[in-house]
Design a binder for this molecule. Sequence first.
Ligand SMILES: N[C@@H](CCC(=O)N[C@@H](CS)C(=O)NCC(=O)O)C(=O)O
Length: 162
Amino acid sequence: MLTFFDIPCSLSRAWSPKTWKVRYYLNYHRIYRTQWVKLPHIERTCTSRGSPPSKVQPRSTAYPEGRKTYTLPAVYDPSANTYVSESARILKYLDGRYPSTTSARAFPKGTSVLQSAFLSAWTTRHPALGCNHPRYRKDAERRESYILRGDAESRLSRQNTA
Ligand SMILES: N[C@@H](CCC(=O)N[C@@H](CS)C(=O)NCC(=O)O)C(=O)O
């Protein structure tokens, strides 16, 4: 059974739009269990388990191997002893793992290039949503209290009803 790594909030349910993209898919297949990881513990959990960074920035003097960013969602597939991170990469991986299921594909056949282009345009335009807002980036404890107080949820619900 797959392990799905998600971030908790005060209402004990999933709130991140990034992790929900993958959770929707997994709910179709019903083949996972959730491991909750609090926001300040994400990097530590990923590095200690060997889950790859979701993003590696180009090499620089300060980061000779490139700056690594660890985010959720991530999944662990015990059948391949593999961790996969970053929502689009996870969905592509899962489409490959369940190729015979046509009703619940994340990327309907022939749309992968279009979807990559859309994703790239979207993230360029909206780089900082929710917990990744620059105001909270540098301080894990403040970011966690932002999530746990529910501010992120009211912000998202305001955005959704606007
Ligand atoms: N491009 C990534 C972005 C994922 C992302 O930004 N996740 C946030 C939660 S919404 C996160 O884990 N942030 C960790 C942190 O800020 O320390 C994806 O689509 O998976």
